[in-house]
Design a protein around this ligand. Structure first.
Ligand code: FES
Ligand code: FES
Length: 213
């Protein structure tokens, strides 16, 4: 026989949310802070100063803030995109002192004193960077979500090749890298395009490199 304390977990009740309400109300409430217990401490913060697209910024940030979140949420530079937030897609690629990095994988406070370039710093709609121009000319995008990361990465790739930094495309890692389609595909492999604009992206980068692929 049922007692008044029984809970009716009928299908109708569950679908209507009755069971969850009953379950929640049945849970013991968390005890108030015991005498001597302190409230949760505020997360640690730290000051960081860096230049973004030539402008100096000083921020006081939760030390766990990624560079990506600092750019998007604190400086409102939303051109840099958050795709996976796990270092897997390249949508968040920015240049730090000329080197490309996934901004979701690095903490903002690690970049004190550094120069950061985002897609907004490469060019403007009126005065585009040659790589931006080439992406437009070659239709190097469809939805455009990956494009800021692709363009930042592509700019750095040509600098890497110019500097003679090898990739794994050539068996001989001491060989001087050349602008070839396979070299570009390898170096751009960290930038995923869900629309599959890869061929046009390679054409755009090749154009900027002087058409050598
Ligand atoms: Fe950073 Fe995907 S958002 S790699
Ligand atoms: Fe849509 Fe690349 S253009 S994800």
């Amino acid at each position: 026989m049922r007692t008044p304390g029984d809970i009716d977990f009928s299908r109708r009740g569950v679908l209507a949310g009755g069971a969850s309400v009953a379950a929640v109300t049945a849970l013991p409430t968390r005890a108030a802070a015991a005498p001597g217990e302190t409230a949760a401490a505020a997360p640690p913060t730290a000051a960081v100063a860096f230049k973004v697209n030539g402008t100096a910024h000083k921020l006081e940030l939760d030390t766990r803030t990624s560079l990506l979140d600092a750019l998007r949420e604190h400086l409102h530079l939303t051109g840099t995109k958050k795709g996976c937030d796990h270092g897997q897609c390249g949508a968040c690629t920015v240049l730090v002192d000329g080197r490309r990095i996934n901004s979701c994988l690095t903490l903002a406070v690690m970049h004190d004193g550094e120069n950061i370039t985002t897609i907004e710093g490469l060019g403007t709609p009126d005065k585009m960077h040659p790589m931006q121009d080439a992406f437009v000319e070659r239709d190097g995008y469809q939805c455009g979500y990956c494009t800021p990361g692709q363009i930042c990465s592509a700019v750095a790739v040509l600098e890497e090749i110019k500097a003679g930094i090898p990739s794994h495309v050539t068996a001989d890692l001491t060989a001087t890298p050349k602008v070839t389609a396979s070299e570009l595909r390898e170096r751009m492999s960290g930038n995923i395009c869900r629309c599959g604009a890869y061929s046009n992206i390679i054409d755009a980068i090749t154009d900027v490199a002087g058409g050598k692929a």
